[in-house]
Design a protein around this ligand. Structure first.
Ligand code: SF4
Length: 756
């Protein structure tokens, strides 16, 4: 890799460093620009004489960092990491700090409202909770009466959606979709499960690794605090980092080897790497012999991926593949091959993740320092609605049967099938939609289809904290208490601390302040709905406190005990490494790591990791790749005044040589137009950089809010999802790859071709 040092430095400062912006700086800068934020000035000394309230758990992203609040006269003045935390410690990221601006955001939903205008062009009228709940209950009951519970569709996300989702399942609703699976990590989970017999998520022991391989994983832009810390600890400890990415990401800026790969060829790279390592005997033969199924088949299968062929396909030097193989094999088994998270890229993603798992297996990088580890967590209980035996009606199962076409799908209904059903009424009508905490307009590709489906509903109920885009299509809009104002289902409150001493902990989300205006929590809302729908006797818990206490019981804890412990219970943990003489076990069909999968073969899918060539960009276009901004969590934080000040829009990365030929300069304002002539509604500025390939354009995901009620984030930047007019549905999982759309640049209303 050759890169001018000044440019390199510039790129570095734009990434990991941004994640660590101290609160004082963010505030000072945000407050210094009148008009940019509605935040009141914070006078010096405002944090003095504050009272500390413990027990908070952040939800500015899903990572659940533990926090405390500084309270003065009942007002939250500051958030800090909980000093007792063995996870995030006293730190919060920029988003975590800026939770203050969410809780007091004047644009937040305050009251239940009904839409007296059109869906998509709403006119809101404030209504009482009684009217809101009466309307929701009677509309949902009408749907059940006319179409059965299958007439309801549920789109949901987040900790507070667990209780509502369980209620709709209890009602017999079979159509439930969660974007976390179908637009994010679904294939990662399913492919890992098929190959290794478990889902490692991010449980990869980076601090104790000697080498790390990140394929398209941009830690540092993707900020999950303890995860970033683990990555940095690994770097500090001298781990060699290989980053495979078409873009010079934050992680690439820290890498020893940056593989500037051609987009959509990652699977070919992994196959080439495996072929080279097998051919040269650079793999852990004893581990593979004992624990893996199908090494001979894999050897034969990858043999076509010679160095030359792989290098040509991936558009990288052959010597770099050799170099990467050397780094990995020399440091095996203490190698962190990151499993990745968001994997809905090119429509062959299940196979790519399988290849990633197979490479991990070849190195034997499991259950040992630096490898994928199986963290033993404390468990907490569940809250159950009564189990109901519904009479089996083949009609009710018709959509589930269609979903059978994707035998390795993640939990829930593939969203494209649910959306088609909502539009066509086939195989049965879905006529009411419940949306809980997810902005599916910004997550599901083919936005027009999503809007068409929503418009086709008889009734749409949306619950959210803020007026996100999808709230514009609600008939009834319900304001939810935010994470600083409510208790919550305990999701991932139990972790192992990857320090010298293994430890486990439980931290339940507890409110730091009371909800303001008429905001309510999900247990209250759902119980009100359940009572009106004739299910009073089935309600499992009366309050959110009761729900959390019930869940904590399994760990011999309670809210009262946790409060006394400053919000976090910690106990000694177990090492996730194998003890001397201990053998690993794998919960697959064969009991081994399945390099070859008979189950996949039986279902007529590639039984060994296989590369499928993706379509090339049409002439004049480049592939649109998207990722994250270190100071935002997608669209969720776009209205946060402090964060919007740091990153108001999503600069478009354009290769410097291409920019020169196109006559585009750094800072120029442009729009994008995709291969189908779809032009972005919003614009953004160009970042001219050598840190991206010529055949790719990058923007961060989640910008371009089109709800004017989000007065800070409205119309800032480009909505990448609006350009995803194609989604390639993967046969194994039913998940749609989204990095298969191509764009060109529009400046001064003129489309400019991107040079080949
Ligand atoms: S990583 Fe940041 S936003 Fe996510 S939970 Fe932690 S502090 Fe909050």
């Amino acid at each position: 890799m050759t890169m001018n040092l000044t440019r390199r430095k510039f790129l570095q400062t734009a990434s990991i460093a941004a994640a660590g912006i101290p609160l004082s700086k963010v505030v000072a800068r945000a407050e210094s620009k009148p008009g940019v934020t509605k935040a009141p000035l914070i006078p010096p000394g405002s944090f003095k004489d504050t009272k500390t309230v413990t027990g908070g758990v952040c939800e500015m992203c899903f990572w659940r960092c533990q926090l405390v609040g500084k309270l003065k006269d009942g007002v939250l003045k500051k958030l800090e990491g909980n000093p007792k935390s063995i996870d995030n410690g006293q730190a919060l990221c920029a988003r975590g700090n800026s939770g203050i601006k969410l809780v007091y955001d004047p644009d937040r939903l305050k009251y239940p409202m009904k839409n007296v205008g059109e869906r998509g062009k709403p006119k809101w009228e404030k209504i009482s909770w009684k009217e809101a709940m009466d309307t929701c209950a009677s509309k949902l009951q009408d749907t059940i009466k006319n179409h059965g519970a299958k007439g309801i569709g549920v789109w949901y996300h987040g900790a507070s959606a667990h209780y509502p989702t369980a209620f709709f399942e209890f009602l017999g609703v079979p159509n439930l979709y969660e974007p976390a699976f179908y637009q994010c990590r679904g294939q990662t989970a399913m492919a890992m499960m098929q190959t290794l017999g478990f889902v490692p998520n991010e449980d990869v022991d980076m601090p104790n690794s000697k080498a790390m391989l990140l394929i398209g994983t941009h830690i540092g832009e993707n900020i999950h605090l303890s995860h970033v810390k683990n990555f940095l600890k690994g770097l500090e400890n001298g781990s060699k980092v290989v980053v495979v990415d078409p873009r010079f990401s934050a992680a690439a800026a820290k890498a020893h080897i940056w593989v500037k790969i051609k987009p959509a060829t990652d699977t070919a790279f992994l196959l080439g790497l495996m072929n080279y390592m097998i051919g040269k005997g650079m793999y852990n033969k004893s581990f593979v012999k004992k624990h893996c199924l199908g090494i001979n088949k894999l050897t034969k299968h990858v043999s076509e991926w010679t160095l030359e062929k792989t290098a040509a396909e991936c558009d990288i030097p052959a010597s770099q593949i050799e170099e990467v193989a050397k780094v990995l094999s020399e440091n095996a088994p203490n190698v962190s091959i990151h499993p990745g998270r968001h994997s809905a890229w090119y429509g062959d993603d299940y196979q790519r993740v399988r290849a990633n798992a197979c490479l991990t297996a070849l190195l034997g990088a499991m259950d040992c320092p630096g490898g994928i580890v199986r963290i033993k967590r404390m468990s907490t209980g569940h809250v159950h609605w009564p189990e109901v035996e519904y009479e089996e009606d083949p009609e009710d199962l018709a959509l589930a049967e269609l979903a059978e076409k994707y035998p390795f799908r993640p939990p829930g209904t593939p969203p494209h099938l649910m959306r088609e059903t909502m539009i066509s009424g086939k195989p049965y009508p879905i006529k009411s939609l419940v949306v809980w905490g997810t902005n599916s307009i910004k997550t599901m590709p083919q936005q027009e289809e999503t809007i068409k489906a929503i418009k086709n509903m008889d009734f749409v109920m949306v619950t959210d904290v803020s007026p996100t885009d999808i709230t514009m299509w609600a008939d009834i809009l319900l304001p939810e208490a935010c994470y600083l104002e409510r208790y919550d289902h305990i999701e991932k409150g139990t972790q192992w601390n990857q320090g010298d001493k293994p430890q486990q902990f439980v931290a339940a989300r507890m409110p730091l302040i009371d909800p303001m205006f008429e905001r309510k929590d999900s247990v209250w809302m759902i119980n009100e709905l359940a009572r009106r729908m004739g299910h009073t006797k089935d309600i499992p818990v009366q309050t959110q406190e009761e729900m959390v206490d019930h869940m904590l019981e399994e760990a011999d804890l309670s809210i009262a005990k946790l409060r006394k412990l400053d919000g976090i219970y910690i106990q000694p943990g177990e090492s996730p490494y194998l003890k001397p003489g201990e053998e690993p076990t794998f919960d697959t069909e064969s009991g081994k790591i399945e390099l070859y999968s008979e189950e996949l073969e039986d279902e007529d899918f590639a039984s060994l990791p296989t590369y499928t060539k993706s379509e090339e960009p049409p002439k004049g276009y480049a592939r649109l790749i998207y990722g994250r901004s270190p100071v935002h969590t997608f669209n969720r934080t776009s209205n946060n005044a402090w964060l919007a000040h740091e990153a108001p829009e999503n600069p478009l990365w354009l290769n410097d040589e291409s920019a020169g030929k196109m006559g585009i300069k750094d800072g120029d304002r442009v729009f994008l137009e995709n291969q189908d002539g779809k032009r972005s509604a919003g614009s953004t500025i160009v970042k001219v950089t050598p840190g991206i390939r010529k055949d790719a354009i990058f923007i961060a995901h989640g910008f371009g809010t089109f709800n004017p009620a989000m007065t800070v984030g409205y119309d800032k930047g480009i909505d990448d999802n609006s350009l995803n007019s194609i989604a390639k549905i993967e046969g194994e999982t039913g998940v749609g790859g989204m990095r298969i759309n191509f764009v060109r640049i529009v400046k001064d209303n003129k489309a400019i071709d991107i040079p080949a």
